[in-house]
Design a protein around this ligand. Structure first.
Ligand code: ATP
Ligand code: MG
Length: 439
């Protein structure tokens, strides 16, 4: 939960916690200290009542005729709210404080634990308790004062919280924007885009990271270029070597095979034996098979007709050979004629990728249809070889074929994808035209 919380909220939460703690502490303090506060606030008046009571009792003690003095006092004090006189025979119960809770919520009143601060002070004439001076304080103003104080704390705390939230939001937005740009830059790098630099924004720590990421991009770009040119060298060395082997095979084996086949024909001409099992006929058949095998190997080693026939025709030939090898597979091709105008490296790559993909379909796919589409659009060549066979297994191991296809396309800054779309296995290769001109 905490891990998934955005930074803005992480900064915001402690502020909320702080405010909640302040409120709780305030409530706790109110509950603990408010009874004493109420008492302190009415202490002056209570003291005055005690003094008046003492004075009256002393005056009554020395008065010759205390009754009129008391009556005059009672009349003088009147039936005031806070201090009043009560005859002894009226009631003996302790008076209640005056408190109006209008406008103050009940939970707040009960939180305060308001003490009963009213007091009754006995008035004595001779030995007789004739009445009491009552002190009945009005705690309403104190209560209202405390409620307003509490409201002020809550409101100023909330205002503080909003301010802290706004400032946390702005600060994190300002600090996060460069971080987001750094992240986007790293993601671009991961996809092989090393050219767009990350802007140097924000605090120095983040600017330094952006600068380092830009340096990394420059280094990766150089490495990718080195890697590409190495691959290109490797691929063209491989092609040169294959061409060399093909030439040797053709020049050395070609005439010998031709001679064997010619002699076998001559031998079978002399023989009158029509039996196909006859040695001369078998020799002729074997010579023909070796010649065909040699042609197939030569074709695999070096695409003999690519230069002469062009890509379109060469691919058609590949498909015809595939159909001949596995007649149950129906083949189709759609090759952009503009591909014939491409340079040697590009057409060699296209041809090899298609050749290997077709070979794989014949070898592994158990397909009934095989289609090749090679098109040129948006300054790139797209090759797609698809079949309706069993598809790639989950734990497919790359052999020489797919590795070679991938190396060849990467050497030209392209990419190779193996997909399963609409029930068909698709080998898709994308080659940018600029890739062949690079380096
Ligand atoms: N069209 C396809 N349909 C199903 N599986 C395929 C297809 N193409 C390739 N594969 C699978 O991918 C694997 C790797 O192919 P890759 O061409 O790299 O090697 P290979 O054909 O086994 O051997 P080689 O090195 O002779 O090419 C194959 O063994 C096969 O299992
Ligand atoms: Mg293969």
């Amino acid at each position: 939960m905490w891990k998934r919380l955005p930074l803005r909220f992480r900064l915001f939460l402690p502020t909320i916690g702080l405010l909640a703690a302040t409120l709780l502490f305030g409530i706790f303090a109110l509950e603990i200290f408010s009874p004493d506060q109420f008492e302190n606030e009415s202490e002056d008046a209570a003291g005055l009542v005690r003094t008046v009571t003492k004075g009256l009792n002393e005056a009554l003690a020395v008065a010759e005729n205390p009754e009129p003095t008391l009556e005059a006092f009672a009349a003088g004090i009147g039936s005031g709210d806070a201090i009043r006189y009560r005859k002894a025979d009226v009631s003996v119960s302790r008076p209640k404080i005056r408190l109006s809770t209008d406008g103050v919520p009940g939970w707040f009143v009960s939180l305060l634990r308001i003490p009963n601060l009213s007091t009754a002070h006995p008035i004595v004439v001779g030995e007789k308790h004739v009445g009491d001076i009552l002190f009945v304080p009005d705690l309403t103003p104190d209560l209202n004062e405390k409620w307003l104080g509490f409201l002020a704390i809550v409101l100023s705390g909330s205002a503080l919280l909003v301010l802290a939230a706004v400032s946390a939001y702005l600060t994190t937005t300002l600090a996060l924007r460069p971080l987001e740009q750094l992240g986007a830059g790293l993601a671009r790098m991961q996809q092989g885009d090393y050219d767009s630099t990350i802007p140097l924004l924000g605090p120095p720590e983040i600017r330094k990271s952006c600068e380092e990421a830009n340096q990394l991009a420059r280094k990766l770009k150089r490495l990718a270029q080195d890697n590409r040119s190495m691959l290109r060298k490797l691929v063209s060395l491989q092609d040169d070597e294959r061409e060399e082997i093909a030439k040797e095979l053709h020049d050395e084996l070609g005439p010998l095979l031709f001679a064997i086949r010619a002699n076998a024909i001559a031998l079978s001409g002399y023989s009158t034996d029509p039996d196909p099992e006859a040695p001369s006929n078998q020799l002729l058949e074997a010579a023909g098979a070796v010649q065909q095998a040699s042609r197939r190997i030569l074709e695999g080693l070096s695409p003999l007709y690519l230069e002469e026939l062009g890509l379109e025709k060469s691919i058609e030939t590949l498909l015809q050979n595939a159909h001949a090898a596995l007649p149950s597979v129906a083949t189709s091709a759609e090759v952009d004629p503009r591909l014939d105008s491409l340079d040697h490296l590009m057409s060699q790559t296209i041809y090899r990728v298609i050749q290997e993909a077709i070979t794989n379909v014949i070898k592994h796919a158990q397909a009934t249809t095989l289609s090749v589409v090679a098109a040129m659009r948006d300054s790139a060549v797209t090759i797609e070889v698809s079949d309706d066979g069993i598809g790639f297994s989950d734990n497919v191991l790359l052999g020489r074929g797919l590795t070679g296809m991938s190396d060849r396309s990467r050497a030209l800054d392209g990419k190779l994808d193996l997909l399963r779309e609409d029930g068909r296995t698709v080998v898709r290769c994308w080659l940018p035209l600029a890739g062949a001109r690079a380096d």
